[in-house]
Ligand binder design. Sequence first.
Ligand SMILES: [Zn+2]
Length: 403
Amino acid sequence: MKRWKKIVLVLLVLVFISQLPFAYRRYKLRRLRAAIEQLESQRVTDIAGNFVEYLGVIHVHSFLGGHSTGTFEEIIAGAQANNLSFVVMTEHPARNFDTAAMTLKGIHGGVLFVNGNEVVTASQDRLLVLPGDEAAAGAGNFSTDEFASQQKQKGALELVAYPQEFKSWTANGYDGVEIYNLFTNSRRINPVVMFFDGLWSYRKYPDLLFANFYQRPSQNLKLWDEALAAGGRRLVATAGNDAHANVGLALEDSAGKRLFGIKLDPYERSFRLVRMHVQLPKEMELTTESLLAALRDGHCFIAFDLFGDATGFRFSADNGSEKKNQGDEITLSGSTRLAVHTPLSSRVVLFKNGNALEEQSGAVTIEFPVSEKGIYRVEVYLPQLPSPAGAQPWIISNPIYVR
Ligand SMILES: [Zn+2]
């Protein structure tokens, strides 16, 4: 054989070998999709309790904030495609105009929009302020404590964003912590791996590519658990889509014509991966006020609905004389029990003051007797799903405070 032929042959073999892992990853996504479809057929639809559950997303940017190009139409269409009830916008402020006043607000296309801001304070902390206003542009002039206190007086809901960078845990005013951020999680992606994953899997499994990089936000959960333990106050946990519609990879020729493109976070897809499920009393209407109050009260949970619609999940407490929901406080009695109801058979891990205490698997209704005061929350897993999805949380509840 001629020398050049040998070289070509060796190169072809190397290319072939290099692609094997990606072909296997595509096969794993096919297996995951089959497992998700199988689970869907086992859903338990009878849902206990006196709530109506509303699905929505928090932490969305449009073109107004500078580094996104997303339009209002795209955001509304993305919410409608996912049957969302609400979208909480979090625009970056601009120096010469009020982005909270200009963004989506009220009902559009049947979806409730809240006009929030994402601000950076003089302490270099980031807060989501809901709703926002013209004060957002001046946040950089105040410490986190000062700014959060001012917004609190106006009745805004304030969430710590990027908790891994937050320094002012002793500040007053904030109501919760964004313990999961899709954008932050997606920055773990290795571009080379994503390029080949994209070639192999993007056309067939664009949503499930998320499963290749999704990871339990362990560091943020720890920071939240510590803030709860230290502060003696209630703090809601939320997930942020941090949707910009600009995470991805594209190859363009010199004329700007797209040769190859993977967009990991068009709004429609981002809104499908992770959502907030908010519980309102049956007689209550969904409005900006009732939504923000339910979030502040922790009457909500985080669900990675891509792996299975978590609608119907309940986490409640009963002490013999009163019944309470996640987010609430309850008095310890001799017969206090926590109850977990999941729409799919799952593995439920109970945490007390941030530490895994015990777990139960299998049933859709699980009870944990409680004999000590503490802050209790649960994480729900679907071990029926192949790895890595089955080892990551499907649902993260808000706590019940047994006092
Ligand atoms: Zn953001």
